[in-house]
Design a protein around this ligand. Structure first.
Ligand SMILES: [Zn+2]
Length: 267
């Protein structure tokens, strides 16, 4: 059962996390866009249209609503604003709301929300540029270890082993791949990301996350290959989003459907 120390109806608290998520989703869009364009000094500047640099007034910058209200176009230059903006906001909203419902009022909720927010930003940057920024993965590792140390619900040793083994497994895989294929298959970013996931979710999560992301990755990779007529191994594809997706799924399985993870422990 959910432990509540604040006696508000569930739909209100869940709604609160949904709305909170939409604002963080809006901030995620800013980071995704500005961390790539190397204008990191402008990280906290007002939102502007990417086409005409028109400063978007606050009343037109309401997450989710504004895009639909403006029918996906800039008010100033009428150029199209990508559907990805409201999509990222909706995704973050759904993540925040469902993480709250799965975890409840625990210290780990705070960690999970930060984790999910960073994962969203990382995934979209990886999709665009095939990069997982160190500023996010390395600070994620630090936060994960710090959280395990401070949070009485977690064990530091689980987190530390997750960090070491998570990074180690992918380092080993990429080294073997290099020995066999004589070229780099996996980026350093993926290695750091796996170490980060291990630090936040503990070593127990690693087997599931690795199997799940490889499965999804090879499934979608095959689809992309069939679409684009390219050889599978010649086409580089970002691995970060699959790791991120699997890590989030693990949180839900651990909290709500632990029998699925029992199955994995038999493998
Ligand atoms: Zn514009």
């Amino acid at each position: 059962m959910r432990e509540t120390f604040i006696s508000v109806p569930l739909w209100i608290s869940a709604g609160y996390f949904f709305i909170l998520g939409s604002f963080f989703g809006s901030f995620a869009n800013v980071l995704i866009y500005r961390m790539q364009s190397e204008k990191t000094t402008n990280l906290f500047k007002r939102s502007y249209c990417p086409h005409c640099f028109y400063n978007i007034p606050f009343y037109l910058n309401i997450p989710l609503f504004s895009w639909f209200f403006l029918k996906g176009r800039c008010r100033n230059c009428s150029k199209k604003i990508s559907f990805r903006y409201p999509l990222v906001e909706l995704l973050t909203s759904c993540l925040f709301c469902s993480l709250y419902l799965a975890i409840g009022w625990k210290w780990f909720l705070l960690e999970a929300l930060i984790f999910a927010f960073f994962l969203v930003v990382c995934s979209f940057i990886d999709l665009d540029q095939m990069i997982l920024p160190d500023s996010l993965t390395l600070s994620g590792i630090l936060l994960g270890l710090l959280g395990a140390w401070l949070n009485p619900e977690r064990f530091f040793i689980d987190s530390f082993l997750g960090f070491v083994i998570g990074g180690g497994i992918l380092l080993l895989i990429s080294y073997l791949y290099y020995l066999i294929r004589k070229k780099e298959g996996m980026g350093g970013g993926d290695i750091k990301m796996m170490a980060w996931i291990g630090a936040v979710l503990g070593w127990q999560s690693l087997f599931f996350v690795l199997i799940s992301s490889c499965f999804i990755g090879s499934f979608l990779g095959t689809l992309i290959m069939l679409q684009s007529n390219k050889k599978f191994f010649d086409k580089a594809f970002p691995f970060g989003p699959y790791l991120a997706f699997s890590a989030i799924v693990y949180i839900f399985l651990e909290r709500k459907f632990d029998f699925v993870l029992d199955f994995f422990s038999f493998l």
